[in-house]
Ligand binder design. Structure first.
Ligand SMILES: CCCCCCCC/C=C\CCCCCCCC(=O)OC[C@H](COP(=O)(O)O[C@@H]1[C@H](O)[C@H](OP(=O)(O)O)[C@@H](O)[C@H](O)[C@H]1O)OC(=O)CCCCCCC/C=C\CCCCCCCC
Ligand SMILES: Nc1ccn([C@@H]2O[C@H](COP(=O)(O)O)[C@@H](O)[C@H]2O)c(=O)n1
Ligand SMILES: [Mg+2]
Ligand SMILES: [Mg+2]
Length: 238
């Protein structure tokens, strides 16, 4: 295992850097920094933002989506989901980025994602009455959690996991939420738009599967390389 994962990761080029994390994060950091500074001045802590942001996403998803209120659900979720960029921004401005904060942030990301895709599944299992799309929603939920787990577990055993893959969390959220928000306009009389949500969920499902395979292949290769390096080192020591 040798070096800590963070040091090895910093030294290893990352393959398949996902688009939004690469290009949109810098933009949103600039836009959200004044708001983060405002919250700091009001005495709000990054952990409070993480907790309230997650609570808002969970409420938006589980109150509105199971009833087919996709527009209002997406509006509420969108208002709260950017807290995931604000909390880290606040911690960095305060010089208080912590292991606890990283743990809380990532753990509550999983809770928020579970509520969003669970909300879609509940709609299709109930009034939406579509077993296939219920199954696809559950697949999106489970595969998204496993995609994130591959990175967390790989890093915990000392591997760099130098791959992000095709569809990271930001892509999963943007594809699903944009489609849900637009599909929700059907209730306001916009015709022929409701199919956007099923199409988006199929895209997220397929993209998550590809990403999962990319990460598992990377961990397998890195693990074999680490074992070989350890064998070489013990052979040289004899
Ligand atoms: C008439 C039209 C009606 C439309 C209604 C409204 C539509 C609104 C639609 C969408 C808004 C979507 C916004 C989604 C924003 C997502 C932001 C976000 O939370 O990103 C999180 C992401 C990851 O952050 P972390 O590093 O904290 O998380 C890590 C991650 O979870 C890892 O998981 P993995 O990726 O591996 O699966 C974990 O491994 C790790 O543990 C964890 O720490 O942040 C980023 O990636 C940064 C980039 C954010 C990019 C945001 C782009 C927003 C783009 C478009 C907004 C569109 C708004 C459109 C409005 C239209 C209005 C008419
Ligand atoms: N309550 C929190 C939340 C986050 N952090 C730190 O920010 C990092 C995540 O940054 P994002 O821009 O993706 O939110 C996280 O790894 C922590 O270092 C924190 O300290 N406290
Ligand atoms: Mg965050
Ligand atoms: Mg997060």
């Amino acid at each position: 295992m040798g070096q800590p994962a963070a040091i090895r990761a910093a030294a290893t080029p990352t393959v398949g850097k996902a688009m939004l994390n690469k290009y949109a994060r810098a933009f949103f950091t600039r836009v959200l920094t004044p708001f983060a500074a405002f919250l700091i001045r009001r005495g709000v802590s990054p952990d409070t933002v993480t907790l309230l942001g997650t609570a808002g996403v969970v409420a938006g998803a589980l109150v509105f989506y199971p009833r087919g209120e996709f527009f209002w659900g997406t509006v509420v979720i969108t208002l709260f989901v950017f807290s995931d960029l604000v909390d880290g921004n606040m911690a960095r401005q305060l010089g208080r980025s912590s292991r606890w904060g990283a743990f809380l942030d990532s753990t509550l990301d999983r809770v928020a994602d579970g509520a969003i895709f669970g909300g879609f599944a509940l709609w299709y299992a109930g009034q939406g009455d579509n077993d296939m799309m219920c199954a696809v929603s559950i697949f999106c939920l489970a595969s998204g959690q496993v995609v994130s787990y591959t990175k967390a577990r790989g890093e915990s055993i000392g591997l760099p996991v130098a791959v992000n893959g095709l569809v990271e969390r930001a892509e999963r959220l943007v594809i699903s939420l944009v489609a849900a928000g637009l599909a929700g306009l059907h209730k306001f009389g916009v015709p022929g738009i409701q199919w956007l949500l099923p199409v988006a969920l199929w895209i997220v499902a397929a993209g998550s599967l590809v990403t999962l395979i990319q990460r598992v292949v990377t961990v397998r290769r890195e693990s074999a390389e680490a074992e070989a390096a350890a064998r070489d080192a013990s052979g040289a020591a004899k």
